[in-house]
Design a binder for this molecule. Sequence first.
Ligand code: NAD
Length: 256
Amino acid sequence: MDFGLHRAAERLRNASRVAVVTGAGVSAASGVPTFRGADGLWSNFRVEELATPEAFARDPRLVWNWYEWRRRLVAGCRPNRAHEVLAAWSRRYPQFTLITQNVDGLHERAGTRNVVRFHGSLWELSCWDRCAGSPERWRDETVPFVELPPRCPHCGGLARPGVVWFGEPIDPRVSARAITALDCDVCLVVGTSAVVYPAAGLADEARNRGALTIEINPEPTDATPRFDLVLQGPAEEFLDRLEAELSSGSRLSSSQ
Ligand code: NAD
């Protein structure tokens, strides 16, 4: 395990282009439940039954109740050590992109630069009818909403969460930014079960382009065998240890 950590630190020290892909696990230590962990249920609904356009069309109030619950929960959470280390790297590397599947906004709250929000944000809304008067998405951090479901301020129709639901495409401009970032020296994938595509395929693409790929996760995933290095453990611990290794260069070379 320590060998993997040293090797990862060595490659990170020599890297100038770094891409990091994060999933729900990076926010677990902040108290935000993951989808596929033991807490991945809400009022006996599976997330796949709530995070879809069909579910919203059927029962917008139910779906909004779930998002309202998540917005309240995240509003009371703070970035953890994993977010902090990644934020520091975003300021240190000449080329750094953080591609996150998370919608909680904790990377931005930690001060991370160049965040690509692959699946949108809990803190944005859009018009369900895509009315001509509304922007594609707008920010609204009201917790709780005065009226639930909230309304589009432009047409008075239903507003929807500004997130990408199961079955919806990723905005091509967002994908393009993510794909460009995969031309990198090191690609780290942190805290994702790697089952939701296309995000799950990003590390494979980075590897095809010559990057060293590293996974950080306490559990093996379907993608684990395809990584060059696997650090099996919590993100907040391993990113902290990597940062400690990076800031003690001489110790690193003597331990090789
Ligand atoms: P997931 O729930 O499918 O998987 C979470 C992964 O995190 C698991 O592999 C688990 O082993 C790992 N994990 C748990 N604790 C960890 C820790 N301390 N450190 C590192 N890893 C840890 O999450 P996913 O792969 O991101 O799922 C995809 C979808 O879930 C995304 O679309 C995302 O939008 C959504 N989601 C987002 C949030 C959030 O914004 N915080 C929370 C739940 C789900």
